[in-house]
Design a protein around this ligand. Structure first.
Ligand SMILES: *Cc1c(COP(=O)(O)O)cnc(C)c1O
Length: 350
């Protein structure tokens, strides 16, 4: 039975072509700067994203953390979304390991932070306050693409206030493909950008931080301090290079599949999905909370995997085909059918 795993785009497995380039990768000791494949990956992304330098790291969490630690010193502060990965989903690393204070601001429905509220949160130069140094955004955020004019306004604010601007671009290329822009139209707004190779791009491991040379020299040092200096990492970096050459344009398929999935689910009574809200590879499905565990079990029996939450996030990716999303929606439809006539019995299903 083929598994259809919609929990995340991190679950992709390396393709045959990707495994072949990994096996054949030219490698060296990257802590000595001698891994030609890592060097090529770093140079490629620095060039494509229009930045002076890049550093290859194990994870997006590490990439964001060394980015924050390179912008900020002990006692500094970064302004960040209340729902941002760099605030909410990274174990408080900036505070724990960087002595950097987060200043969270509620995310707007479109994933942005209101720039008036950001400006109001910037602290005066006064010993009572942490020093506000950095503004961090995320694109895509919850599958939503930050509007291009917003990026320009955010950059203008950061510049006017002397703040650095960091992008958690874990899914940067989903934003690029969805908007049909050149990646630099997004990255030009930012000083530093973190990009994940292990999400929709389909590499098994790895992220890259790009930015100005001086800042990236600090980042490279923090990578080592955090235990992230890797040796013959070219075996993995080769997968990243392969992904950049083969798996960027195809993100459009994931977006098409997400739209199709949302349309099919929206046609099922008793579940709630907004197809108009789908911009990239994420669909948000709501069911009556008491039905969640039964739905998850029903799908599991059919080789389909979801993560339960207040809303169910479904993510399309390299290992999910058009037929898979149709099969998934059909399975949800059948689940609803077999529970609906026994609506009175719903309590028993839990
Ligand atoms: C996945 C993700 C990261 C990094 O996660 P890792 O699992 O550490 O690679 C960072 N930001 C966002 C928005 C993500 O989705």
């Amino acid at each position: 039975m083929k598994v259809i795993d919609l929990r995340s785009d991190t679950v992709t497995k390396p393709t045959e072509g990707m495994r072949a380039v990994m096996a054949a990768a030219d490698v060296g000791d990257d802590v000595y700067g001698e891994d030609p494949t890592v060097n090529r990956l770093e140079a490629t992304l620095a060039e494509r994203l229009g930045k002076e330098a890049a550093v290859y790291v194990a994870t997006g969490t590490q990439s964001n953390l060394i980015g924050l630690m390179s912008h900020c010193e002990r006692g500094d502060e970064y302004i960040v979304g209340q729902q941002a990965h760099t605030y909410k989903y990274e174990g408080g690393g900036a505070a724990v390991l960087g002595s950097i204070q987060p200043q969270p601001i509620d995310n707007e429905a479109d994933g942005t932070l209101d720039l008036g509220r950001v400006a109001a949160a910037i602290k005066p130069d006064d010993s009572h306050f942490a020093r506000t140094r950095l503004f961090a955004l995320e694109n895509t955020h919850g599958g939503k693409v930050l509007p291009m004019p917003y990026l320009k306004d955010a950059a203008a604010l950061a510049r006017a206030k002397g703040l650095g601007l960091h992008l958690d671009g874990a899914r940067l290329y989903n934003a690029v493909v969805a908007q049909r822009v050149n990646v630099r139209e997004i990255t030009d707004a930012f000083d530093t950008v973190s990009i994940c190779l292990s999400k929709g791009l389909g590499a098994p491991v790895g992220s890259v931080l790009v930015g100005p040379k001086a800042l990236l020299a600090k980042a490279r040092r923090w990578r080592k301090v955090l235990g992230g200096g890797m040796r013959q990492a070219g075996v993995m970096a080769a997968a990243g290079l392969y992904a950049l050459d083969h798996h960027v344009d195809r993100l459009a398929e994931d977006h098409d599949n997400a739209r199709l999935l949302a349309q099919k689910l929206a046609a099922i009574p008793g579940v709630s999905v907004d197809p108009a809200a789908v911009q990239t590879n994420m669909v948000f499905l709501s069911v009556a909370p008491e039905l969640g565990p039964a739905l998850k079990a029903w799908l599991q029996e059919r080789g389909m995997m979801i993560s339960l939450g207040p809303v169910i996030r479904l993510v399309t990716h390299l290992d999910v085909s058009r037929d898979d999303v149709t099969a998934f929606a059909d399975a949800v439809g059948k689940f609803v059918q077999q529970t609906a006539p026994a609506g009175q019995r719903a309590g028993a299903i839990v």
